[in-house]
Design a protein around this ligand. Structure first.
Ligand code: TYD
Length: 226
């Protein structure tokens, strides 16, 4: 654990798996229990990282290659960790982060074909010890997720740098997230995101409750589960 009170929880998965909906639902439930919750996202989440976000998602860095993109994701992550996440955890907050280091492992490492050693080194430098206490991997067939993402963004919206890639690439990412979950079962939990929204929310809450200790008020544990 990162501290006796704070908890660091990350949400991962392919495009359109429903991470942000579920993060906001979970935040609401935890806040009702009197817990201090910080919702954040990557790339971004701090002033410096938000400045890099647009460079990455617009595709402006694409022509400089995947190493360059990986370095920019890592730079953004380092700023986000040191400026926002670590201070919040030290204050005892529960930090819910939409994407984190596993997205770099999958998008830049697996489907970007970057050498694992390079990805690992960057991860170690950027994360600097702040490994998530729990990572919820939302799993959905890539085609379903892409359709959902399209609906959310509106029919005429242009897909971003990563969404625009081929279906086979998105399926490869899905498999990579599943493999990663299996390889780190203590930290990662696979959630079937194809179920009804309430069912997904309950599965997430159950996993989160497992990592919250007695510092959670007992009475609060009896309120509605989603
Ligand atoms: P975003 O608009 O935040 O969408 P999503 O709802 O999919 O999270 O886009 C973030 C995009 O950046 C997403 O396609 C995944 C990609 N990404 C990486 O390639 N590497 C990373 O390390 C991170 C954090 C995100």
């Amino acid at each position: 654990m990162n501290s006796s009170k704070g908890r660091f929880i990350t949400f991962e998965g392919g495009e359109g798996v429903g991470k942000s909906t579920q993060i906001h639902r979970l935040a609401k439930v935890l806040r009702r229990r009197g817990l201090d919750v910080l919702v954040t996202r990557e790339p971004g989440g701090s002033q410096g990282a938000e400045a890099v976000r647009n460079v990455l998602l617009s595709g402006a860095a694409e022509e400089f290659g995947v190493r360059m993109e990986a370095l920019l994701f890592a730079a953004a992550r380092s700023d986000h960790i040191e400026e926002v996440i670590r201070p919040a955890i030290e204050e005892g907050a529960i930090v819910l982060c939409d994407r984190f280091m596993d997205s770099s492992r999958v998008y830049q490492g697996v489907t970007g074909n970057l050498e694992p050693q390079f990805v690992n080194h960057l991860e170690r430098i950027a994360v600097n010890g702040m490994t998530p206490d729990l990572t919820l991997v939302l799993d959905l067939p890539a085609e379903t997720g892409l359709k959902r993402a399209k609906l959310r963004e509106g029919k005429n919206a242009a897909p971003d740098r990563f969404e625009k890639e081929e279906l086979a690439t998105h399926e490869k990412r899905r498999e990579a997230f599943v493999d990663l979950t299996r390889s780190e079962p203590d930290r990662c939990k696979l959630i079937n995101a194809g179920q009804a929204e309430d069912v997904v929310a309950l599965a997430i809450l159950n996993a989160v409750e497992d990592i919250l200790d007695e510092s959670v008020p007992q009475a609060a544990a009896q309120d509605g589960k989603a």
